[in-house]
Design a protein around this ligand. Sequence first.
Ligand code: ACO
Length: 327
Amino acid sequence: MTAPLHSRITGTGSHLPPRRLSNDDMTAMLAARGIETSDAWIVERTGIRARHFAADGINASDLALQAARHALEAAGRTAADLDLIIVATSTPDMVFPSTAAILQHKLGVAGCAAFDLQAVCSGFVYALSVADAMVRAGSARCALVVGAEVFSRILDFNDRTTCVLFGDGAGAVVLEASETPGILASDLHADGRHVGILCVPGTVSGGQVLGDPLLKMDGQAVFKLAVGVLESAARAVLAKAGRTEEDIDWLIPHQANIRIMNGTAKKLKLPSDKLVVTVDEHGNTSAASVPLALDVAVRSGRVQRGDTVLLEGVGGGFTWGAVLLDF
Ligand code: ACO
């Protein structure tokens, strides 16, 4: 069997847990702890108006399962067609086995390759790039690529500078071998010198959690780095694909902060109506944010077959990357 030339997204899906917390709900929740925040502060600094939190007992694999079912249905596939499952997550169900293996079992199948990929908020872009390479190498023909997070589990609700920013959710795509593109190019990077600006520093050892198991972030340091790397990754992936900014129909960056997203669109000279925004309703769902936003844009009829879409991730590591594709 000869390896296919390309991989192509054939279906998208997403899922948000039903519990929606508006900024006013967060303000009331923090007030009960003696911590002050407000809808006005959160909207002005981040663009976030609401986020969804999973109920107790609902794990990343449960959110992933719903998103995966929607993506498989959209692709006209069943789980039995899959020969690869990659789950990008920083909030796995367990230390091990992988959330991908748990998801595979919940999908009712066995045997295909399944693994997790950890690149925090860049996770989905990394996972899509890896799946594309595996499909083009001939080692998979029908891949499920998922970003799934329950960030509410690792938030410090005594830290107003971080806990108002994040939410839970999952997004998924089915990526298949194709004669036509598909994924045009990808560009991935990491710089471990910046481990400390965005991390959950705790670990499990000797039957105990050692260190702090809650999210820590230097917001201003992250902001400055994110604006620069999102522009450079966009330019690099366009150059690899032999395309220009004018070819982009939709920019779907990691949904962390509307100011970072608008800044990236501006640097690429893209009008704001080409920017897909879900951070207002989802908050920052880390590895789930890009596939969630893609699915919302597809199902609302904005992203159409043949459109050129630039996906961008940035997050802890520090990691960043971009995937350019013809949908
Ligand atoms: N409500 C009210 N006031 C607040 C809150 C809050 N929730 N949080 C902070 N403040 C206060 C601070 O205490 C500070 O008060 P002070 O001036 O009296 O000291 C003031 O607001 C300003 O704080 P800054 O941290 O300077 O606010 P900034 O404008 O930098 O915004 C933010 C903070 C929103 C976190 C911003 O830095 C940011 O978006 N950074 C990027 C974060 C990001 O994108 N993270 C995700 C990327 S990677 C990933 O997704 C995992």
